[in-house]
Design a protein around this ligand. Structure first.
Ligand SMILES: Cc1cc2nc3c(=O)[nH]c(=O)nc-3n(C[C@H](O)[C@H](O)[C@H](O)COP(=O)(O)O)c2cc1C
Length: 317
């Protein structure tokens, strides 16, 4: 039986107690228990389930995943069994998960998101949901994530459905320029987001040069892994400095965390917790290794809690 994580790593994420800031990212660890044969989930702070939509979705045709030299592209297209089957087949077994489960909700209309939220709110084993308003691989997937007005309407509607469940909002990395990422984050916070997950994959494309055809059936996909890490760090930093710190809303950093120092960068940029996605495909035990090293990092900075390092990047001047 392996040891519990270092108590200095325990965090309070918008009132949700996690034993560590290490979270498995949506869509990369099944509905919660896909990795249990290879990873002891009791060492993990939380796992975010695959995004669930109102209706079942087959997802896109193959190919849906493409390795790249700097990470991976995916265009899964939100394949999932829909909320009805989720409730009857998956929700009952979530209580056996030895860590916190965060539900993930996707959709293309406010009514659809709200309906999934209404169901998830009745599941005791889901203390928080993450709204995926940032999927680049379905029609309308990023609309809410790039428009502050539409996002505020969506978050307000979902907030109204949640009586027992915390609401996290996962933003898109493509809100650059006007409206800015800070505008989008502010809209989500004002409408009731209790934490922000930053960020989803970055739209990208791969071409097979022999056939001259796009490799992914969807033509484009979402880039994740090491290539997106510096982008995600900058977005976390920008939103932390621009709104989240003042508003006291925690950020969950996600994008290319493949080693402990990537995770540490997220924390220094302003993330209270971080998610690991693509790196699980190469090494499903990586969360445990990162947890151990992050503990040692706390020693070198002589802090009693990881929260003492959140947002502590030292800026010039
Ligand atoms: C195969 C795959 C499936 C994904 N499915 C979802 C999903 O269902 N919902 C979601 O919000 N994000 C999904 N994502 C995005 C990840 O949760 C994460 O935001 C992104 O991959 C960046 O993190 P990473 O670089 O650590 O992979 C998926 C990513 C991958 C690689």
């Amino acid at each position: 039986m392996a040891r519990e994580p270092d108590p200095r790593l325990s965090i309070d994420l918008a009132g949700l107690r996690l034993k560590s800031p290490v979270i498995l990212a949506a869509g990369t660890a099944g509905f919660s228990d896909e990795l249990t044969d290879v990873l002891d989930l009791s060492h993990i702070g939380a796992v975010v389930s695959k995004s669930i939509t109102k209706e079942p979705r087959e997802g896109n045709q193959t190919w849906r995943i493409l390795p790249s030299k700097v990470g991976m592209l995916n265009a899964i297209g939100l394949a999932n069994p829909g909320i009805e089957r989720f409730m009857s087949e998956i929700a009952p077994r979530l209580a056996d998960t030895p860590t916190v489960v965060i539900g993930s909700i996707a959709g293309t209309s406010i009514a659809d998101y709200a309906e999934v939220a209404r169901h998830m709110d009745t599941v005791d084993a889901i203390p928080a949901v993450e709204l995926n308003v940032s999927c680049p691989n379905v029609h309308g997937g990023t609309e809410f994530g790039t428009d502050p007005v539409a996002l505020a309407d969506l978050v307000t509607a979902v907030r109204d459905e949640l009586k027992h469940t915390k609401l996290f909002v996962k933003l898109s990395p493509i809100a650059v320029g006007q409206p800015s990422m800070v505008d989008v984050a502010q809209a989500a916070i004002e409408a009731g987001a209790e934490a922000l997950t930053i960020a989803n994959t970055v739209p990208a494309m791969g071409i097979d040069v022999r056939t001259r055809r796009p490799v992914l059936s969807n033509v484009t996909g979402g880039l994740s892994g090491p290539a997106v890490h510096p982008i995600a760090v900058r977005l976390v930093h920008t939103v932390y400095q621009g709104i989240a710190h003042k508003a006291n809303v925690p950020i969950i950093g996600v994008g290319g965390v493949t080693a402990w120092d990537d995770a540490a960068e997220m924390v220094l940029a302003g993330a209270s917790a971080f998610q690991i996605g693509s790196a699980l495909f190469a090494d499903p035990k990586i969360p445990v290794k990162i947890t151990k090293h992050i503990s040692r990092w706390l020693n070198t900075h002589r802090v009693d809690s990881i929260k003492d390092l959140v947002g502590q990047v030292i800026l010039p001047g």
